[in-house]
Ligand binder design. Structure first.
Ligand code: NIG
Ligand code: FE
Length: 412
């Protein structure tokens, strides 16, 4: 499919010139071309040029952007999009003053979604996630990482990963799978956390690796969930199987999870609401990406991760939604940009880089997507605005006009 997008008001390329990720002042350089045209062939970006300058060969579809803004598709590098049930009652309890942890300790939280997910059929899980993915595409997200972690038994975790694999095969959005068996200790192992960790390492992980059901392995490294020792055991086992570690780190307590992730070369450590200056120093000395999830802070009324300090320390920062039924029930990346700018003091330019190129780097795919450069996937979104900053500034509104995934103009 060949496509020319002409009369683009602002072409926000986020061009990285071959760099895997952007850091520091480079995060503010979006490589914006005004009054541009963009040529796409066979699903890939070919080149850009001044508006009206690219001749239209035959067999070419032409889209007149009429001065609108074009960005790379957002890369949502941290989500829990496959789940059953919903948790409005917990939302209501929090409004009455109960905390996320109090609700989890009383049998709600992750285990409540685990019960619903175990009861759902594979088809039900697939259908609901498919609808969510389509809605994400409509909001400008073209790549979505999805974690398991609501099965918490070998059968139910593998079922979740198989649903993710089916979505990856069938859906227009690009899907990346992460095995999060270590999301919580299931009831079968109550009082025997180590038994569950051993089950993950000795039984679940080899199967996931052999069947290629995931690229990444994640752990909820947190008090009451998985401590540093258990997390390290899982990280080492993941590496032995050629799987790449990621962590849920420093969300509720600072217990050294970022430092552990940095030491083991985790591709990313995510959350970071409670990260200390020591954690920042460890990340700054590593290649690990700091993925911040501002929607989670908004929804749980928790502090925001120190993303400003992290960028100033030279750490590559990514932004993701953490979309899940408990702590963050919003899949809009533009909403995350608004929060990053208003609550974390990122500039709109930094927020866009964090949500595109750096998100792709947090999934190890920034050579293929995350910016608009020759040879990369044509994952581009046209917004009905005339300044890219409006996407974050005029919030709560979906400004998407057209979504182009791998060169195909989606029809929805
Ligand atoms: O990323 N922190 C752990 N996991 C999710 C919450 C999952 C849930 O509450 O269902 C998170 O916030
Ligand atoms: Fe999460």
């Amino acid at each position: 499919m060949n496509l020319l997008i002409d009369n683009i008001g602002q072409l926000v390329t986020v061009a990285a010139g071959g760099r895997r990720v952007k850091t520091g002042a480079d995060m503010r350089d979006l490589g914006i071309v005004t009054d541009a045209a963009l040529l796409i062939e066979n699903g890939l970006i070919v080149r850009s040029g001044p508006a009206g300058s690219i001749a239209v060969p035959e067999e070419m579809e032409v889209m007149d952007a009429e001065g609108r803004v074009v960005l790379p598709g957002f890369v949502d590098s941290h989500t829990h999009t496959v789940f059953a049930g919903s948790r409005e009652h917990e939302f209501a309890l929090r409004a009455e003053g109960k905390s996320y942890q109090e609700i989890a300790d009383a049998g709600g939280g992750i285990l409540s979604t685990m019960r619903a997910t175990r009861e759902a059929t594979k088809k039900e899980l697939y259908r609901s996630a498919e609808r969510r993915l389509t809605a994400m595409l409509r909001h400008g997200t073209t790549t979505v990482e999805i974690k398991s972690g609501y099965g918490l038994s070998p059968e139910a975790e593998i079922r979740m990963l198989e649903v993710i694999a089916d979505l990856k095969r069938d859906h227009f959005a690009s899907v990346v799978a992460t095995f999060l068996g270590a999301h919580a200790v299931p009831p079968e192992y109550a009082g025997d956390r180590q038994g569950y960790v051993d089950r993950i390492c000795d039984y679940m992980m080899p199967y996931v690796a052999t069947k290629r059901l995931a690229t990444f392995v994640d752990v909820f490294c947190e008090q009451g969930y998985f401590d540093l020792r258990a997390t390290e055991q899982i990280i080492l086992e993941a590496k032995r199987h050629g799987l790449v570690p990621k962590l849920h780190a420093d969300q509720l307590t600072a217990m050294g999870a970022s430092e552990l992730g940095a030491r083991h070369n985790a591709v990313s450590v995510d959350h970071l609401e409670k990260t200390t200056p020591e954690g920042i120093a460890a990340l700054a000395a590593s290649q690990t990406i700091a993925t911040v999830l501002p929607g989670c802070s908004l929804f749980l009324n928790h502090p925001y991760a120190p993303a400003r300090a992290m960028i100033d320390a030279g750490i590559p920062v990514a932004i993701a939604t953490d979309f899940n039924p408990g702590s963050q029930m919003c899949f809009s990346m533009p909403m995350m940009l608004t929060l990053a700018c208003t609550q974390m003091r990122l500039t709109p330019e930094e927020a866009v880089t964090a949500a595109t190129l750096n998100g792709a780097a947090a999934l190890g795919i920034s050579a293929e997507t995350g910016s608009i450069e020759p040879g990369k996937n044509a994952d581009v979104v046209v917004y009905d605005v005339h300044d890219f900053r409006t996407i974050a500034y005029h919030y709560g509104v979906n400004h998407v006009w057209k979504v182009i995934k791998s060169g195909v103009v989606l029809d929805f």
